[in-house]
Design a protein around this ligand. Structure first.
Ligand code: AKG
Ligand code: FE2
Length: 299
């Protein structure tokens, strides 16, 4: 679901300078949320744009959206503070922005690291279907990615797949195995606002068609799983690929994913990243959102 900003709103936003944000623990401060809302809501057709955005994320059949902010990014600079405040203002209309990583700013850089594990965040290879912070008891309700610069070599389309639709296509036997607490992934260290470490966890732990499908295809290579658990997880990974959509994020595109409905990933970047100067490589900024206010601002 791609959402364009009405031209008159775009023009008004280019002239609007929102104040710097304040944090309240890991979350955007309520005073900032209010201030941004007041300023933005005065813009022409802002409210109706937010209605469209919310229904793309939360309405029937929805689960992700790409807000096309390319003209604003061009006018203000895609990594400019004023632009970032406007995007934060849109995000805050969906849920409360927060950072689970105390050592990182609210928006976390995802650049390209040629030496990193290619299948992980900021690696150059295929980033398989996953949800972010999969091993927290309270993963972020939304993960969002702002494209500052696409891969100059033309690689790295984003991939999205409806998790519940994929689960519904599996056999009952596989679904029963996915509901067992037989899965684990990654480490859990110094994270704020995402609950406790969940290990082992079930991939399916809500009512059918609802809640998180707690999955990352990366566990197939990187976690010790029993054979039957691995087989069911592989079947789910295959269904996610069967049902995927893919598109290239452009500069200024803002992808928002409802983690209770869709899983996300990214195709490999184009070969030859070693030849691209680091400052020209693909760059995304990542921000997480929580629907209920963070209960414990200390973590
Ligand atoms: O690089 C991308 O497009 C996706 C990155 C991602 O999903 C992540 O870092 O969690
Ligand atoms: Fe991710």
């Amino acid at each position: 679901m791609f959402i364009d900003i009405p031209g008159d709103l775009e023009a008004a936003l280019i002239d609007l300078t929102l104040p710097r944000w304040k944090l309240d623990g890991p979350a955007l401060a309520p005073s900032t949320m209010e201030k941004y809302r007041t300023e933005l809501t005065a813009g022409p057709r802002f409210a109706e744009t937010v209605v469209t955005l919310r229904s793309a994320l939360m309405g029937e059949g929805g689960g992700y959206a790409v807000l096309r902010l390319g003209n604003l990014a061009k006018a203000l600079g895609a990594d400019d503070d004023r632009f970032l405040r406007l995007v934060t203002g849109f995000a805050a209309e969906v849920a409360t922005p927060f950072s689970p990583f105390p050592q990182w700013p609210l928006w976390k850089d995802i650049g390209v690291k040629v030496d990193k594990d290619p299948g992980k965040s900021s690696g150059i290879g295929y980033n398989a279907f996953h949800m972010d912070l999969v091993n927290g008891t309270l993963p972020p309700d939304y993960t969002t990615l702002l494209c500052v610069r696409p891969d100059p070599l033309g690689g790295g389309p984003s991939i999205l797949s409806d998790a519940h639709a994929a689960v519904a296509r599996l056999s009952e036997d596989h679904r029963a195995v996915l509901a067992e607490s037989g899965y684990s992934y990654g480490t859990f260290y110094d994270l704020h606002g995402v609950g406790e470490e969940y290990k082992p966890f079930p991939i399916l732990d809500g009512d059918p068609g609802e809640g998180f499908v707690r999955f990352t295809a990366k566990m197939l290579q990187r976690s010790e799983l029993r054979q039957e658990h691995a087989d069911a997880a592989r079947a789910l990974a295959e269904e996610l690929v069967q049902g995927q959509v893919s598109f290239m994020l452009q500069a200024g595109d803002y992808l928002i994913v409802n983690q209770r409905r869709f899983l996300h990933g990214r195709e490999a970047l184009h070969s030859g990243q070693e030849q691209v100067p680091a400052a020209h490589r693909r760059l995304l900024l990542q921000l997480f959102l929580r629907t209920a206010p963070c209960a414990d601002s200390a973590g």
